[in-house]
Ligand binder design. Structure first.
Ligand SMILES: Cc1ncc(C[n+]2csc(CCOP(=O)(O)OP(=O)(O)O)c2C)c(N)n1
Length: 325
C-alpha cells in the first residue's frame, strides 16, 4: 500500500503506537525523568504538515514535540534515549522530551518556553532568504503559545518582510486547563489575528490528515515562492492530560462527553474510513502497522535502557554559564 494517502495513515499509526507504548512505560517504570507532553489524538497535524516539507526545510515545535519530530523523520532511537536521559539521546540526555532535535532530517529543534520557537523559525527563514536559498521554516505551537506577545511580533515581522515561514497553530482548545473562551473575546480566532497582521491565514479541520496535507502543500508552496508567510490554524484535540501519560477526565475543566466526542473523531479512524473505498485492505494494513511499530518501539526502549547515562564530569557541556565576576 504505497499511495500518499496510505503513507499519511501509516505515519499517524506509527506516532500513535510509539506514544502509547512510551506512555505505558513512563507510568509503569518511573524511569523516564522528564515531563512528557503526548500528542495522542493530534497526529494528523504533525503528519499532514511535515509530509508537505522537504528535508531542506526546517521544522520547529514547542513542548509537544514527539509528533512533529517523528513526522519529520526524526530518529526514533535518539528520541527514546533522550527520554531515558542517555548520552545517545538527541540532546545527549540533557534536554528530555521537550528538547527534540534531528537536523539531519530538518527537525531544527523544540523548546518549552511558549512562543520561543515562533520567532526562532522566523529568524531561520529570514536567513534562508538572505542566503538566496529556496528553503522555508515551519513552526508548530499551541493556541496557548499564540497568546504570547512574541506571536504578534513574529506575524508582523514576517508579513512586512515576506518571510517564508509557515505558522502552524495546533488549536486543541486549552492552554493546560484554561479554555479559549476565558482567554479570547468571542468571535476572535488565531487565524483572524494572523490575517489582521497581513499574513495569509486559513482555518482547517486538524483531525483530517488529507485536508491538513493539502493545506500545508499550498502553504509551503506559497511561502517558497516568496509571496509571504502563511498561518494554518488546525482544530484538533488532546486525548491525554496536558502533561504526563494519564488521562484527566476527572480534573473538571472539560467534560467526559467532550472528550468522547473528539475521540470518536479519531484522525486515524477518519482517514481509514475515507480511504476504504479506494483501499479495501486498509484496516488489515493498520493492524499490521501497529504490530510492526509496537515491535520497533519496544526494541528501541530495550536498547535505550541498556545505554549509558552522560558522564557526570561532562554534564555542563553545552550549558550557558555566565562568566564569573
Ligand atoms: C512563557 C511560558 N509561560 C508559561 C509556560 C507554562 N506552560 C507550559 S505548556 C502551557 C500551555 C500551553 O498550551 P498550548 O500552547 O495551547 O499548547 P498545548 O499544551 O495545548 O499543546 C503553559 C502555560 C511556559 N512553558 N512558557
Amino acid at each position: 500500500m504505497a499511495s500518499t494517502r496510505a503513507r499519511l495513515i501509516r505515519d499517524m499509526v506509527r506516532i500513535r503506537t510509539v506514544e502509547e507504548v512510551l506512555a505505558d512505560h513512563y507510568r509503569d517504570e518511573q524511569e523516564m525523568r522528564t515531563p512528557t507532553h503526548f500528542s495522542i489524538g493530534q497526529e494528523a497535524t504533525a503528519v499532514g504538515v511535515c509530509s508537505a516539507t522537504t528535508v531542506e526545510d526546517w521544522v520547529y515545535s514547542g513542548h509537544r514535540s514527539h509528533a512533529p519530530y517523528l513526522a519529520k523523520g526524526g530518529d526514533l532511537e535518539a528520541l527514546v534515549a533522550e527520554l531515558y536521559g542517555k548520552e545517545a539521546g538527541c540532546a545527549h540526555g540533557r534536554g528530555g522530551s521537550m528538547h527534540m532535535i534531528d537536523q539531519s532530517v530538518g527537525f531544527a529543534g523544540s523548546a518549552a518556553i511558549l512562543g520561543e520557537m515562533i520567532s526562532v523559525a522566523v529568524g531561520s527563514a529570514w536567513a534562508f532568504v538572505r542566503a538566496g536559498e529556496q528553503r522555508i521554516a515551519v513552526t508548530f505551537f499551541g493556541d496557548g503559545a499564540a497568546d504570547e506577545g512574541v506571536f504578534a511580533e513574529s506575524l508582523n515581522f514576517a508579513a512586512v518582510h515576506r518571510i517564508p515561514v509557515v505558522f502552524v497553530c495546533e488549536n486543541n482548545l486549552y492552554s493546560i486547563s484554561s479554555p479559549l473562551s476565558v482567554r479570547h473575546a468571542e468571535g476572535t480566532s488565531v487565524h483572524g489575528r494572523a490575517a489582521a497582521a497581513g499574513v495569509r491565514a486559513r482555518s482547517v479541520d486538524g483531525n483530517d490528515v488529507f485536508a491538513v496535507h493539502a493545506a500545508a502543500r499550498d502553504a509551503v508552496e506559497h511561502a517558497r515562492r516568496g509571496t509571504g508567510p502563511v498561518l494554518l490554524e488546525l482544530a484538533t484535540y488532546r486525548w491525554r492530560a496536558h502533561v504526563g501519560p494519564g488521562t484527566d477526565h476527572d480534573h473538571g475543566y472539560r467534560s467526559k462527553e467532550e472528550i468522547d466526542s473528539w475521540m470518536a473523531g479519531c484522525p486515524i479512524l477518519r482517514a481509514a474510513d475515507a480511504l476504504r473505498a479506494e483501499e479495501p485492505d486498509i484496516d488489515a494494513a493498520v493492524e499490521a502497522w501497529r504490530a510492526e511499530f509496537r515491535q520497533e518501539i519496544h526494541a528501541a526502549i530495550d536498547r535505550a535502557k541498556a545505554l549509558p547515562f552522560p558522564d557526570t564530569a561532562r554534564l555542563l557541556d553545552g550549558a550557558y554559564l555566565p562568566a564569573a565576576h
